[in-house]
Design a protein around this ligand. Sequence first.
Ligand SMILES: Cc1cc2nc3c(=O)[nH]c(=O)nc-3n(C[C@H](O)[C@H](O)[C@H](O)COP(=O)(O)OP(=O)(O)OC[C@H]3O[C@@H](n4cnc5c(N)ncnc54)[C@H](O)[C@@H]3O)c2cc1C
Length: 453
Amino acid sequence: MITILGAGLSGLSSSYHIGHNQCVIYEKNNHATGHVHSEYINGFTWDEGPHVSFTDNEYVKTLFKESVKGNVLEYPVKTINYYKGSWIPHPAQSNLYAVPQPLRDKCLEAFLSARAFYTDDFIPKNYQEWLEYSFGNTFADTFPAAYTRKYWTTEPQQLSTQWVGKRVFFPEIDQVKEGYLGPLKEETHYVKKVRYPATGGYMSFADKLLQGSNIKLNYELSHINFDTKQLSFQNGENVEYDKLINTIPLPVLIQKSNAPDYVKQAAEALNCSSVLLVNVVANHETARPENWIYVYDEDKYSTRINCTELLSPNNAPKGKTGIQVEVYFSNYNQKNISDEEIAEAVLKELLEMGLILDRNYIETYHTKWVQWANVIFDHQQVKNQDIVLGWLEQYGLTRENDDLMPMTNWAEGDNTKYGDLILAGRFGQWKYYWTDDCVLRGLRVSQGLKNTI
Ligand SMILES: Cc1cc2nc3c(=O)[nH]c(=O)nc-3n(C[C@H](O)[C@H](O)[C@H](O)COP(=O)(O)OP(=O)(O)OC[C@H]3O[C@@H](n4cnc5c(N)ncnc54)[C@H](O)[C@@H]3O)c2cc1C
C-alpha cells in the first residue's frame, strides 16, 4: 500500500493514477478535494477563491470534462481593473487610454524612456526591477507594485522573478502606444478561454479522480517520524508507511516531524500568503459583466473580486449576485484586525465601487479563512527549500532537476526513480502549481513509481 497525506487534487490524482486499490489517503478535513472544495449555501455555490481551468493540456481537459459528464462551460474570461474610481480594461499596461490624466501621460512617458534605457541583456535582480524594465516606473509603482503589496503581501523588491513567466503581460512598445490612444483590436490578457463546470462548482472537476478512492477523513497528521516511518494523527491513530506521498504543506510536514532545529527554521521561513474570503449575497442582478476585478487602491482591503453567478449561472438563484472578495495576509502583512471588521470595510468598498447598489440589498455575508493560498517566491525561498529537501533526501526523497523552481515543464520528459518519500502539489512541493499541474504531478508520480518498481 502507498500512503498519501492530503486528499486535495494532488493526493487524489496520485491515488487515481497509481490505482485507488493500492493507496490509502489520510485527510484532516471531513471532506476531500482540498482547495478545489465548493460549498453550497442557500442556493449559492462558493468555491474556495475563484477557480477556473485555463489548461492547454488535452489530457487534463478531457479528465475534467469527463468528471462533469460533458457539462462544462467554456467562455472567454472578462477582466477589469479598478483604480480610484476608474475602470480600466485588463491588462492596464496596454489600455492606458482608460487611465485618468495626468497619470496616463506620465505612464507613457516613463514607459518609453524605460524601454529606451534598458537593453535586451538586462537581468532584473528582483520583481520591482522587472516591473520598471517592463512598464516604466510610473505605471509599475501605481499598478503592479501596488497590487503586489496587496496580493503577494510584500514589496516587489522582496520577490524573485522566476515565477512571473507569462502571467504578467509584457507589452510591445507599439501595443502600449496604440493602447494609449484607444482599445487594442486584439485582447492581450494571458488567459483567454476558461472552463468551469455547469453545475456543482469547480469541485465537480475532481469527480473522476475521487470515485473509488480510499480516503480516511478526519485524520490530521500530528507527528511523523521519518526514522521509524510512523505517522500519528490527532484522532489517536498511529500507522506505519512503506512509501509516502506528501501533499500537505511542506512547512507543516517538517514542523510535525523529527527534523533538527536548523531544518525546522528553514521550513518556517518558507512564506505563503493566506486569504480571507468575504462572500456577500445581494438581492439584485450582477452589477458588472467581468469575471474578475483587480483592485489597486491600497486603502481598500478588496484585492480581487468575482461573482459566483458569472462562473456559472447555476451558482446562484436568478436575480441575485454572490460577490466574493479576496483579502490577503502573510508573515509580511499580518492580520491584526478581526474578520468581522474586514467584512464591514469590504461591504463599504463594494458599495463605493457600485458592485452592491445599496446597503438595503445586502441579504447575507460570511467569511472564510484559507490558511494556505500562494507560495511567496521571495529571495530566501530557494535557500530554505533546498535545506529542507536536502535533509529529506536521507529519508528517500529523490531530488528532481526543477524541485526549487516555481513551475514544472510537463513537455520535458522525466525518468525520475522515486524513493520512499515523494512530494506532490502546490504546497507539498512548494510550487506555483495550478489545478492542471496538480493532476499532472499525480500522473508523473505514478509513472515514476512504475519506473522504480
Ligand atoms: C485563491 C485561489 C485561487 C486559485 N485559482 C485557481 C484557478 O483559477 N485555476 C487553477 O487551476 N488553480 C487555481 N488555484 C490553485 C489550486 O487551488 C491549487 O493548485 C490546487 O487546488 C492545490 O491542490 P493540492 O492537492 O496540491 O493542495 P490542497 O488542495 O491544499 O490539498 C492538500 C490537502 O492536505 C490536507 N491537509 C493539510 N494539512 C494536513 C494534515 N496535517 N493532515 C492531513 N491532511 C492535511 C488539506 O486539508 C488538503 O485537503 C487557486 C488557489 C487559490 C488559493
